[in-house]
Design a protein around this ligand. Structure first.
Ligand SMILES: *Cc1c(COP(=O)(O)O)cnc(C)c1O
Length: 222
């Protein structure tokens, strides 16, 4: 199957309220061009250098999403163009994004990453840490960063009930924050689901799926 065919097969299964992020990390620019020519405009990368190289080479109507772990000293390289940063996992990082956003005269949209998997290798806040950030006085002062949602990754397991439970937990937290009368936030994006689990994620409230290998084929990390 071609990239184009994969994209249309996947898109046919997505409800209209779900945004598809085509995860193109490690893939050559020619693969992204093929997806672009098939109408795809949202791409996800996990390394700032690689994303910036691709941004320079590809049409400027592409939305670039940073889905990987972000080092604070590299935020400046993507601040001029990044559309959404999915993996914000510390208040210090949020402050740095705000600072770099100010330098570019932009408001940079971010998702806060929540740790929902049982593995402790996956980054993210736990519920209490997350809620405490929203209550920081300093949080309200950030003008060049906007928290528009949450992101989470489920445990890498065959157990679909566990995956569903983890996604459901994140959806519950998302709804709780939006409904809170003390937190002044109306988040729209719940980024959850990858090639192996996006259907379960959508059933449990995802509004944005990040799909790589089912579109572009398996990655080769050599
Ligand atoms: C690589 C990656 C994906 C896509 O994974 P696939 O299994 O290839 O769909 C999604 N989200 C994050 C955070 C990733 O790093």
């Amino acid at each position: 199957m071609s990239i184009k065919d994969n994209l249309s097969t996947i898109k046919a299964t997505l409800p209209t309220h779900v945004t598809l992020v085509a995860v193109s990390k490690t893939k050559p620019v020619s693969d992204l061009e093929e997806a672009y020519n098939a109408g795809q405009r949202v791409f996800g990368e996990n390394k700032i250098q690689e994303m910036t190289d691709k941004w320079e080479q590809l049409p400027k109507d592409i939305e670039w999403h940073m889905i990987g772990h972000v080092q604070r000293n590299k935020v400046k390289y993507m601040a001029p163009y990044v559309s959404l940063i999915h993996g914000v996992d510390s208040f210090k990082l949020l402050k740095e994004i705000d600072k770099q956003g100010a330098k570019c005269d932009r408001v940079i949209k971010c998702l806060l990453q929540v740790h929902i998997a049982e593995e402790d290798t996956k980054f993210g806040f736990d519920e209490n840490e997350l809620l405490s950030i929203f209550n920081l006085e300093e949080f309200a002062l950030l003008k060049n960063v906007e928290v528009v949602g949450l992101m989470g990754m489920a445990t890498f397991t065959e157990d679909e009930n566990q995956i569903a439970r983890e996604f459901k937990g994140l959806k519950g937290l998302f709804d709780k924050i939006n409904a809170s009368t003390t937190i002044n936030l109306n988040m729209e994006i719940l980024s959850m689901g990858m090639s192996g689990d996006y259907k379960i994620a959508i059933e449990n409230g995802s509004t944005m799926v990040r799909i790589g290998s089912s579109i572009f084929g398996a990655r080769n990390y050599q």
